[in-house]
Ligand binder design. Structure first.
Ligand SMILES: Cc1cc2nc3c(=O)[nH]c(=O)nc-3n(C[C@H](O)[C@H](O)[C@H](O)COP(=O)(O)OP(=O)(O)OC[C@H]3O[C@@H](n4cnc5c(N)ncnc54)[C@H](O)[C@@H]3O)c2cc1C
Length: 466
């Protein structure tokens, strides 16, 4: 039971000016990105230090108060917002934004969990280094959230996802203990890799307060092309060709369907970069390739019928314009009504057959629904989104969310895929966990949760069905 006295005790830890109790001021923390939920909480705490978070968790443990950690609130599965019950306290990392150290010699940087991804990229860039994690939400998402969701994005095929970019963590455990694991080591085989327990845990095992991240040399040159293709199979073959002919210099490979281009051109004030319409497009990027490499690849691809047309960026402005098409594509869907999303992955070679069979499954379920399958094809990740039939009531369509998911997820599982490639489980997909995890795997997850969070106060009701 959260009493006014208890709220005062929590507020006193961070100071009254960093505790929000007014519903209007806290609305931005309560609203889920896609308007699927509007959470409710009596209090938002904005701590300024790891010690304050530790004190908050000690009080939460003593009083069995559920705590919801939130970084940038760009998550897409409802993990970072409280339930509607109004008895959970939200803890925002948005004051802990410091870049603590940029170490160009060791190629590492140490940052507080509330640092915005874009500012982390910029700090690395200012030191002549690259922090390669890159997402369309990078202007608002924060490192704590990126690590807690094991974010992916555009460059995973070359640099890995957030997990691969993290060397060390500092974490506050549910009972308030602080684990200082901020190590800069590339090699450390001294037992369990504890940081990986918290990466991708979506705030259910502890609160990430700081991290040591890996840096890379900045590429000197990039070649970027927007390419028209006859089919997803041609895209798979082109990616393979690009890897072979560039000496594995591919850093991004995105697949987009014509319907996505139609929506983007229509709603986002973007011009079609190619003269002829094509059923599929790819956006590919090479870093530090041999000079003229992409042009040579495209010539061979053209001869083999893998490519029908392409434009190569001739300047950084043109490169940004090509990326802008891909970045605006998700938003363009909003203008066409309701969209039921599937953030899935399958082995790259299975992408064509997955798209074909999942589209058939959707057509069988709702013939007029419009499939828009796009995304990070280079690492087998498709955003298999389905836009509502023209003219259908949006709410009636969105009420079909679970049944549509079931139809698509059956195809994902047939090809040994994952029903959450990037965004996590949160609240949105927790109901599917028993379908996709074996009893042993789910049991191990429950054991971990119960061991570290026996009172179930750390983002309860997310990820692990207890
Ligand atoms: C336009 C757009 C594009 C996107 N593109 C991508 C993409 O390409 N790839 C991708 O992977 N995702 C993408 N996302 C999803 C989202 O941006 C990522 O999941 C991101 O990593 C979330 O970071 P955040 O700071 O917003 O976290 P939040 O939304 O605040 O939190 C996400 C989860 O992590 C937990 N959490 C947050 N901070 C902490 C912490 N410090 N300690 C413990 N737990 C914590 C929360 O409780 C919640 O469960 C996109 C989202 C949008 C809106």
């Amino acid at each position: 039971m959260i009493t006014p006295e208890l709220l005062n005790q929590f507020a006193a830890i961070v100071g009254e000016s960093h505790a929000i109790r007014n519903p209007v001021e806290m609305a931005g923390y309560m609203k889920e990105q896609r308007d699927l939920w509007m959470g409710r909480s009596p209090l938002v705490l904005r701590p300024g230090s790891t010690n304050e978070i530790s004190t908050i968790m000690k009080l939460a443990t003593a009083t069995k108060t559920p705590i919801i950690p939130q970084s940038g609130n760009t998550g897409l599965v409802g993990g970072g917002v409280p339930f509607e019950t109004g008895n959970e306290v939200l803890l925002s990392l948005d004051r802990m934004t410091k870049i603590l150290d940029v170490d160009a010699a060791d190629n590492t940087m140490t940052v507080q969990a509330g640092a915005i991804l874009k500012s982390v990229q910029d700090a690395a860039g200012n030191a002549g280094r690259l922090f390669p994690l890159s997402l369309a939400s990078e202007g608002s998402c924060r490192i704590g959230g990126n690590l807690s969701t094991n974010a992916g994005g555009l460059n995973v095929l070359a640099y890995g996802n957030a997990r691969d970019l993290c060397l060390g963590l500092e974490v506050v455990l549910p009972d308030g203990r602080i684990w200082d694991g901020l190590r800069k080591l590339r090699k450390d085989n001294t037992g369990y890799d504890l940081k990986n327990m918290f990466i991708g845990a979506e705030g259910t095992l502890g609160i990430i307060t700081a991290a040591v991240l890996k840096l890379y040399p900045k590429p000197c040159t990039r070649e970027t092309a927007f390419i028209a293709l006859p089919s997803p199979q041609a895209a798979v073959d082109l990616l393979s060709l690009m890897r072979e002919m560039s000496g594995n210099r591919v850093v991004a490979f995105e697949l987009m369907p014509r319907i996505g281009m139609d929506f983007t051109v229509k709603h986002m004030a973007i011009a079609d970069p190619l003269a002829e319409r094509s059923p599929w497009y790819a956006l590919g990027e090479l870093a530090d390739p041999p000079e003229g490499c992409f042009e040579k690849i495209l010539e061979v691809a053209l001869e083999r019928g893998l490519v029908t047309d392409a434009t190569l960026a001739q300047s950084e402005t043109q490169r940004q314009a090509l990326w802008n098409i891909r970045e605006k594509m998700p938003e363009s869907q909003k203008h066409e009504g309701g969209s039921i999303k599937h953030d899935v992955s399958v082995p790259v070679s299975k992408i064509p057959v997955f798209i074909a069979e999942a589209t058939q499954a959707v057509n069988k379920f709702m013939p007029e629904a419009r499939v828009m399958s796009f995304g990070h094809m280079g690492d087998g990740n498709m955003h298999f989104n389905v836009t509502q039939p023209v003219g259908m009531d949006k709410k009636k369509y969105l009420d079909c969310w679970n049944s549509m998911n079931t139809a698509v997820f059956a195809v994902v599982q047939k090809f040994g895929g994952s029903i959450s490639a990037e965004h996590g489980i949160g609240r949105l997909k927790i109901g599917h966990m028993p379908e996709i995890k074996s009893a042993v795997e789910l049991g191990m997850m429950r054991d971990l949760k119960r061991l570290y969070d026996p009172l179930n106060i750390m983002n309860p009701g997310k990820v692990v069905p207890l």
